[in-house]
Design a protein around this ligand. Structure first.
Ligand SMILES: [Cu+2]
Length: 126
């Protein structure tokens, strides 16, 4: 009978430390929630790839989060001619994201199908 007591005490200690752990974590979680509104102000844009061609993408503000959406069944890359950015592989029907922070006009191409080209302009913020 009394042999089960140490078990119960150990369980109680584990539960108490788990509950205490949750109490410590909660303020951190609410801090993260409090800072999230600033994250939602990041501008976003989508660049589609379809039929072995890049779609149009207008001038974007520096820091825009760009989703490159590959609608083709084969892989492509999103590669700057000057090497300033490179998504080395976007699988067929896949998508990847990249943030371009440096203002300027950049020519890009697909490193697998070099005939796929485009131009993107990144405008300075402010
Ligand atoms: Cu390609």
């Amino acid at each position: 009978m009394s042999t089960s007591r140490p078990h119960q005490i150990a369980l109680a200690v584990v539960l108490a430390s788990l509950i205490a752990g949750c109490g410590v974590d909660d303020p951190v979680a609410s801090d993260r929630t409090a800072t999230s509104p600033t994250n939602t102000t990041v501008p976003t844009a989508t660049l589609e790839i379809a039929d072995f061609a890049f779609g149009e993408i207008g001038p974007l503000a520096a820091g825009t989060l760009i989703t490159v959406d590959n609608l083709d069944g084969v892989g492509h890359t999103f590669t700057a001619v000057d090497g300033s950015f490179d998504i080395a592989f976007i699988e067929g029907k896949g998508r990847q994201m990249i943030t371009l922070d440096t203002p300027g006009t950049f020519e890009f191409f697909c490193n697998i199908h070099a005939f796929m080209t485009g131009t993107i302009t990144i405008a300075p913020v402010g």
